[in-house]
Design a binder for this molecule. Structure first.
Ligand SMILES: NC(=O)c1ccc[n+]([C@@H]2O[C@H](COP(=O)([O-])OP(=O)(O)OC[C@H]3O[C@@H](n4cnc5c(N)ncnc54)[C@H](O)[C@@H]3O)[C@@H](O)[C@H]2O)c1
Length: 397
């Protein structure tokens, strides 16, 4: 049994609490910190917490608390992490780890120096669909991964602080791009170094200082490309989609909209449909079990198992730091309009990786370009002569 302090009683704090204490779980939130007393009290009543407070340190230091779950606005993550270190409490933090890589690195170094358990709550690499797709990729079903794209777009966040660049640290690149970078990086290989980023961003719709739309490309040392598409102005709900292209296969994952559950209603009796749904009438795309489909259940199960076994979870503060470093490069590229290097002072994966060969051996004299069976019953081989570089076609009767 893990006994937690929850810091923050907002949107994600409640999603996390529903997951942590759902399905007859033995894990409990024993203390809740919220800056407003009535919110702390309400959360404590809803989730049966013994202790509530408006003093963050009191919640972290509470003697019953083993682990702290940070569900606060981005600008408060670092201070909360430092208090966890002061009181030697295990800590799990929502995304993004920091507002930038410098903040993330300070948190990473501090937890590692203190030797405390640290987990990065990137739920979208724990969704059942991701876990299955990832397993196939790992087993080689897609061959070499050439390109991995992740898209997260919705009509914009639900609280004031997200829209304030100082508190949030950025716009949709940071808020949503952090998910996409970790998803695509996982498909390409977390031991492969991200080297450069090219990113377009603009403020197309909202009266804010940060970007509300962006598209970015992340180049990896083995030649693979990660792509993210993010928006705070997309109309139609929460669009979560991944596409992976390999030399031997393809994966398309639709995470939230159009997942095979369509409903029509005139709106009578309709209420909550799914996160960021924009309407509750007409044709709708409800989500069967949001907690599970967004990965929260598998994420907390793995985090708590690792904590109890003394092992590292799939996602640690190191991953959070790496994601922040990639996104820092994206922000630089938006301004410079050129590829910007990913600055990683601490790289723990493979080094000296070279681009994989694109030459497929056919026979001693040829490389294979393509093989195709035509509709008129002829099999064609397209080959490249090694000696001359000439492309030739052979008909196989
Ligand atoms: N899928 C995900 O992983 C996911 C989804 C949404 C949000 N998040 C992250 O969770 C964190 C919180 O986001 P949210 O959506 O729950 O926001 P929210 O606004 O719904 O809740 C934030 C909580 O922090 C409290 N808070 C706000 N300002 C504060 C301040 N100045 N001092 C102390 N407490 C303050 C609020 O009262 C509330 O309890 C952010 O880092 C966000 O990026 C993650």
């Amino acid at each position: 049994m893990v006994k937690l302090a929850m810091l923050g009683s907002g949107f994600i704090g409640r999603f996390y609490a529903d997951s942590i204490q759902g399905l007859r779980s033995k894990d409990r939130i024993v203390s809740i910190y919220s800056r407003r007393e009535e919110q702390a009290k309400k959360f404590a009543e809803d989730y049966g917490c013994d202790h509530y407070t408006t003093d963050m340190e009191e919640s972290i230091a509470h003697p019953d608390v083993d682990m702290v779950c940070i569900s606060l606005p981005n600008n408060l993550h670092e201070a909360a992490v430092m208090l966890c270190i002061k009181h030697k409490k295990a800590v799990i933090t929502t995304k993004p780890l920091g507002r930038n890589a410098a903040e993330a690195k300070r948190m990473l170094e501090a937890v590692e120096q203190a030797g405390i358990f640290n987990g990065y709550l990137e739920d979208l690499v724990y969704t059942p669909k991701f876990l299955k797709a990832y397993e196939s990729v790992k087993n080689g079903a897609l061959g070499r991964i050439l390109w991995a794209k992740s898209r997260e777009t919705h009509p914009g966040p639900h609280s004031d602080w997200f829209w304030d660049i100082e508190q949030a640290g950025g716009g949709c690149i940071l808020d949503l791009g952090c998910h996409c970078v970790e998803i695509t990086r996982s498909y390409i290989g977390k031991d492969i170094r991200p080297v450069e980023v090219m990113c377009w961003a603009d403020t197309q719709v909202k009266p804010i200082d940060a970007e509300d739309n962006a598209i970015g490309l992340v180049k990896y040392e083995n030649g693979a490309i990660g792509q993210f598409e993010v928006s705070w102005t997309f109309r139609g709900g929460l669009d979560l989609r991944d596409e992976v292209m390999g030399s031997e296969g393809t994966i398309w994952v639709n995470g939230f909209l159009r997942t095979g559950f369509d409903m029509f209603t005139t709106g009578k009796g309709a209420d909550y449909v799914a996160e960021k749904a924009e309407t509750n009438s007409g044709w709708l795309f409800p989500v069967g079990d949001e907690l599970n489909e967004l990965g929260y259940n598998h994420m907390f199960t793995e985090m708590f198992n690792c904590y109890e076994r003394g092992t590292k979870p799939r996602e640690t503060f190191y991953d959070g730091y790496l994601v922040n470093a990639v996104l820092d490069a994206a922000y630089k590229s938006v301004k410079s309009k050129i590829w910007e290097p990913v600055i990683l002072d601490d790289w723990r994966g493979k080094t000296g990786v070279t681009k994989d060969s694109h030459l497929i051996e056919f026979d001693a004299d040829h490389y294979l370009v393509k093989e195709e069976m035509t509709h008129y019953g002829t099999k064609k081989l397209i080959l490249k002569e090694k000696a001359t570089g000439k492309i030739v076609e052979r008909i196989v009767e």
